[in-house]
Design a protein around this ligand. Structure first.
Ligand code: ADP
Ligand code: GLC
Length: 485
């Protein structure tokens, strides 16, 4: 099958979160199944043109209101022969930031920018004379092709092209003033019928949920949760209506990057058979973070976007966050790597100052993220909601016991500890409150000091889990096949 992935992020070119990991890894897994997969995304300012090949000639894109001249660059996705096409348009994408400047509000011309990407997807196919069977669109910023196919574009060379829309995170919907709607290139008659209308504003994600041939999301539990008001971010009604077309497919892990036996970022490689070597990474982590080097105190790691989704208010909120109390009362160390909301970064700075057993690094650091996974004893991820989540899976593979809230992909991948039998792969909390985080961390610490055999068995069980992309890619293949004409 010919599959075009339309996305605003893909590693190693542009990333704000797991979406970027998922798109590239899924593409590679599909190529291994024999499919002709290609990726289209914007050429942001930070993506160096001199490392890409230029496809000669300008490409005119017509979103309806004017003609926009773009350039197209290409390269092969590392570890594959997958062509990645970059749409180059200085005015739209030649700036820092994917959706906005980090820490500030989104760019107010995002509807224009991502409508350009959507229309460029069709124009690119014409330019390279390659017409996909499937256009697979990821999240709101890449939603438009699925909408255009349903409304206007399913004709000529695209007569047999079907669309899949994947929800990586329903909390981000692309909602803007409707005066920007004409940039989509669609007529006002489609504003309601395509599902754009949202309390008199326009909503990209909502229209994709209405128009795409099939919908997927990134874990089975999240597929159920989004159909409920607590998790659906107002889209639960549409998703219940479309439930027969909605599939939950768990993301995989790219084990060429996340594998403690081959990880080039960590000082000491190890495996399930040489688990004791993990201690060296712990000592290295404690040293790097300026903590006391002590093998006899459990280290709790956190790597996260500092966003409400991740439970950061309950962890670090100034009035009632649990981190201060945990580090004060419990014999433990806590290591945090994250960036995001300003208030939370400020709190981390203040906790850094006041607690000797707490150390936070504010920023984005790939190498440190690997060291935290390898060097921590536990990994804390008490998300409010989590479509899939990658770090809990990395943690399992690294023998670092995850402590998660029972939601979305976290519920699908971590099995709660049973202190009678020693079963489980981590610690699961039901309710997101500072107290329940505190209690669960206390419970994990108790087990770490007093149930060493159970802890080791859980680590071993986690490290043997299979999170390869092969299984998930086959499930996507089934979805694609179901809409082939
Ligand atoms: P989300 O996409 O919601 O942020 P995921 O768990 O799916 O959550 O993916 C997050 C990815 O981003 C993981 O690969 C994680 O290691 C990485 N990550 C998040 N914050 C940082 C950071 N500050 N430094 C390095 N990597 C980070
Ligand atoms: C989103 C979700 C995360 C998921 C990722 C990749 O960013 O928040 O849970 O793992 O997309 O699908």
């Amino acid at each position: 099958m010919k599959i075009l992935m339309v996305t605003s992020e893909a590693v190693p070119y542009a990333k704000t979160g797991g979406l970027a990991d998922a798109v590239s890894a899924l593409s590679i897994a599909l190529e291994k199944l024999g499919h002709d997969v290609r990726i289209i995304m914007p050429r942001y300012y930070r993506i160096d043109r001199s490392k890409l090949e230029h496809i000669p000639g300008p490409m005119g894109v017509h979103p309806g209101y004017q003609e926009i001249w773009t350039g197209v660059y290409t390269t092969k996705l590392p570890g594959s022969t997958i062509p990645v096409y970059f749409i180059d348009h200085e005015h739209s994408f030649g700036r820092d930031g994917i959706y906005g400047v980090p820490g500030e509000t989104d760019f107010n011309d995002n509807p224009q920018r991502f409508s350009l990407l959507g229309h460029a997807a069709f124009q690119l196919c014409r330019k390279i004379q390659w017409y996909p069977d499937i256009m697979h669109c990821h999240d709101w910023a890449a939603a438009l092709p699925a909408i255009l196919l349903k409304c206007t574009h399913r004709q000529g060379e695209f007569a047999r092209t079907a669309s899949v829309f994947t929800i990586h995170n329903i909390g981000y919907q692309g909602v803007y003033g409707k005066h920007l709607y004409p940039y989509t290139g669609l007529g006002w008659d489609q504003f309601y019928s395509a599902g754009f209308e949202d309390w008199d504003r326009m909503n990209f994600l909502k229209a994709a949920l209405v128009c795409a041939d099939k919908l997927t999301t990134v874990s089975p539990t999240y597929a159920k949760e989004v159909q409920r008001p607590e998790f659906g971010f107002r889209m639960d009604g549409i998703l219940r209506y479309r439930s027969a077309d909605l599939f939950g497919i768990l993301n995989g892990v790219d084990t060429t990057i996340w594998n403690p036996e081959t990880d080039t970022y960590i000082p000491q490689k190890y495996s399930v058979k040489t688990l004791e070597k993990k201690k060296k990474n712990k000592a290295e982590l404690q040293k790097k973070m300026g903590l006391k080097i002590d093998p006899d105190v459990p280290v709790f790691g956190i790597i996260t976007r500092l966003a409400d989704q991740k439970g950061v208010s309950e962890l670090f909120g100034p009035a009632y966050g649990s981190a201060f109390k945990m580090c004060s009362d419990i014999h433990m160390q806590m290591v945090v790597l994250g960036s995001g909301e300003k208030w939370c970064e400020d709190e981390l700075v203040s906790l850094n100052r006041s607690l000797p057993n707490f150390s936070a690094y504010i920023g984005y650091d790939e190498g440190l993220s690997h060291l935290i996974e390898a060097g921590s004893d536990f990994f804390l991820m008490p998300s409010r909601y989590e479509p899939c989540g990658l770090n809990q899976m990395y943690s399992l593979l690294y023998g670092t016991l995850p402590i998660v809230r029972k939601t979305g992909g976290l519920a699908d991948t971590v099995e709660n500890y049973d202190e009678k039998t020693g079963a489980g792969t981590g610690f699961v909390l039901e309710n997101l409150t500072p107290q329940s985080i505190y209690d669960t961390v206390g419970w994990a610490t108790y087990a770490w000091y007093n149930k060493k055999e159970h802890i080791q068995k859980m680590q071993e069980r986690g490290m043997k889990q299979q999170f390869g992309w092969e299984v998930s890619a086959k499930k996507y293949e089934d979805v694609y096949k179901s809409i082939q004409t």
